[in-house]
Design a protein around this ligand. Structure first.
Ligand SMILES: [Zn+2]
Length: 207
């Protein structure tokens, strides 16, 4: 299995100084009523075509739809990070799942779900995605409720660090089992990019 070398990440240079991930300071985020821009994520009514695409770096191909206010996005893939990339109030979570979407104009949006280890977790499908694939019903479980979210503009977190990415980082984490985390760790050990400077950006908090 080939991996990006995260020990060389200090040499990764983005096109702009609005890079990702960031440390989200909840108190500094601009609070907005969630109803002004509701977030709806639907995996269940779409065909799920999970595949392991080595060409684009250990991604799982999948489908789904995300509606952000009036904007509709289609999911194309998802992947995992061992150790969250985004921090909230200086704290790193145990893992982060990225769901990558595009809209008709070609704009990219990444939905980030942070996860913490809790063996009481009832979430299914994370361990099995690596060997048996997954069902759509499982994927829907990977979203916390409610879908409060932080929004900001940044970059992709792997080279070539594509710019103008809309990031939605869910404010609530999901709980996963130790075995789930271990499966992610074994497949992608420590594959998280370091925190990047905010450089004047405003983070919005739809709650
Ligand atoms: Zn990612």
């Amino acid at each position: 299995m080939q991996h990006l070398d995260y020990s060389e990440q200090d040499c990764w240079i983005g096109e702009t100084n609005w890079q990702s991930p960031i440390d989200i300071v909840a108190n500094d985020a601009k609070k907005i009523d969630w109803q002004k821009q509701p977030l709806i994520v639907d995996f269940t009514s779409h065909d799920l075509t999970i595949g392991d695409d080595r060409e684009i770096g250990e991604q799982f191909l999948a489908s789904g739809q995300l509606t952000l206010g009036e904007q509709v996005y289609r999911m194309e893939r998802l992947h995992f990070h061992d150790g969250s990339e985004h921090f909230i109030d200086g704290k790193q979570a145990d893992l982060e799942i990225h769901f990558v979407f595009h809209n008709e104009q070609g704009a990219t949006l990444v939905l980030a779900v942070l996860g913490t280890i809790d063996d009481a977790s009832k979430i299914e499908g994370i361990t099995t995605i690596f060997n048996q694939g997954i069902q759509t019903a499982h994927l829907q479980q990977w979203l916390p409720q409610p879908l409060s979210y932080y929004q900001y503009t940044g970059s992709l977190t792997t080279p070539p660090l594509g710019k103008d990415i809309t990031w939605l980082v869910l404010a609530n984490a999901i709980q996963v089992t130790q075995a789930d985390w271990q499966a992610i760790h074994d497949n992608y050990p420590y594959n998280h990019r370091h925190i990047q400077p905010l450089n004047g950006r405003t983070v919005l908090y739809y709650q």
